[in-house]
Design a protein around this ligand. Sequence first.
Ligand SMILES: [Zn+2]
Length: 140
Amino acid sequence: MFKEIRPLRLDKKETLIGGIKDYCTKNGIHSAVILTCIGSLDSLQLAELIEDHSRFGEVHKDYTGPLAILSAQGSVSTFEGKLIVHLHGVFSSYHEKKAFGSHVVEGVTMNTVEIFLGVLENPIKREMRPESGPPVLITA
Ligand SMILES: [Zn+2]
């Protein structure tokens, strides 16, 4: 199933989704599972479910740090030849003293973020399904 498991570290001021995408692009990775992702962020933007509970992305909410990434996981796949990093996570805010989470739009690293990628042997792709909103993962 996994070709290999790769550790990845993002440093200060790197973007979370952009950094994962850059690493995958540089290393020729098109299909992977983001097994774990922990670290700290200066800022974060999440997409939250809208009222019909069927679509993400209509409501974006910004958070400012310091924030801890308590847990995050997702996938790296392709849609129409473009790399898609899909990440969901649970975060905590030093200022708000609470945990929260959702679909990650983007974040900026405060100190470091540690990620382990399980690179898949078989490619995974996404396609549009009108009833689903964003491109969905194709499964066997
Ligand atoms: Zn999502």
